[in-house]
Write a protein that binds this ligand. Structure first.
Ligand SMILES: [Zn+2]
Ligand SMILES: [Zn+2]
Length: 313
């Protein structure tokens, strides 16, 4: 099962020529879920991967840089005769916010639902769930943990053969839980393995909840609005420095850290260098970069740079 995260916008607060406002597109099988929808998100998607009929949009919080793109996108779906249902999830107050926006996006003929979540209200999807947790920002703000269901344990084909189970349909019977030629599944199938986990911090000051949620995550997407020089400013505004995000990634033992929500004052390399001094597997994706998250036995998560010619570098 493929699992990847596309960075549609990596700026914080205000866009720059190079960075759009926050939006992340999660892709897993046929699922397309958008996390935040800053102004300009639909165009960021249209220029690159296309605007998918995503099944859901998850808002981290209600600061304008994280949702202003939503009314326009809802309207576009209406104009192109979307029929598939769409649900918008967010912290308490999301339904009030969307109701106030109704004068902007008007009547929608496709099924449209808005759900206010509380921390811990996991949204179940086929094979995984999306769980919101509280972070430390100004106002009620969520991070989200995307957690796959457990997978079956590893099947030891060599051992099964040695114990007298011939290669072929009998392997399948063992994997479905049947005893074959006196060999039980437990003899040749290891313990269930954890699914993959991606954690998105949203806007937050360094926060214990993020560290707990991100424990041994395959990928942590954490905000790094500032560098350590602006530590006081980060504290005042409820944001994190690259150094703080990297310390948290190290303590949470994540496989990869992707830093985003970068302030206009930085090009990105200073954020990356500061983080890597603490945590080597840190990246600062640019707009349209992609991170593939394979199962641990298949390799490490990799940042794929976008190149404007259309092919990935
Ligand atoms: Zn923000
Ligand atoms: Zn914010």
């Amino acid at each position: 099962m493929d699992l990847s995260l596309f960075f549609a916008g990596t700026a914080g607060s205000v866009p720059t020529a190079r960075r759009g406002l926050p939006a992340l597109l999660l892709r897993r099988g046929g699922d397309r879920l958008l996390f935040d929808c800053g102004e300009g998100t639909q165009r960021q998607l249209l220029r690159t991967v296309g605007l998918p009929d995503m099944q859901a949009v998850f808002l981290t919080h209600h600061h304008a840089d994280h949702w202003l793109g939503l009314p326009g996108m809802l309207k576009s779906f209406e104009l192109r005769d979307r029929e598939a249902p769409l649900t918008v999830y967010g912290p308490p107050g999301t339904s009030d916010l969307m109701r106030a926006m109704r004068t902007v996006y008007g009547r929608l003929r496709y099924p449209f639902t808005v759900v206010d979540l509380e921390a811990g209200d996991a949204v179940a999807r086929d094979g995984y769930e999306i769980a919101p947790f509280n972070v430390r920002h100004r106002g009620h703000a969520f991070g989200y943990a995307i957690v796959e269901d457990e997978r079956a344990g590893r099947f030891d084909a060599e051992l099964a053969t040695r114990l007298g189970v011939p290669f072929g349909p009998d392997f399948g019977r063992l994997q479905r839980g049947e005893v074959v030629n006196g060999v039980s599944p437990a003899q040749v199938i290891g313990p269930a393995r954890a699914g993959r986990k991606i954690v998105i911090s949203g806007d937050t000051a360094p926060c214990e909840m993020v560290r707990v949620a991100a424990h041994q995550a395959d990928l942590l997407v954490h905000e790094a609005t500032f560098t350590a020089e602006e530590r006081d400013r980060a504290l005042q505004t409820g944001h994190s420095t690259a150094h703080q995000a990297a310390e948290l990634a190290r303590d949470a033992e994540v496989r990869m850290l992707a830093l985003t929500h970068v302030s206009t004052r930085y090009a990105g390399t200073e954020i990356r260098d500061e983080a890597r001094a603490v945590f080597e597997r840190a990246e600062v994706p640019r707009d349209f970069d992609l991170i593939e998250v394979p199962y641990p036995e298949k390799g490490e998560p990799e940042l794929q740079r976008y190149d404007a010619e259309g092919a990935r570098a």
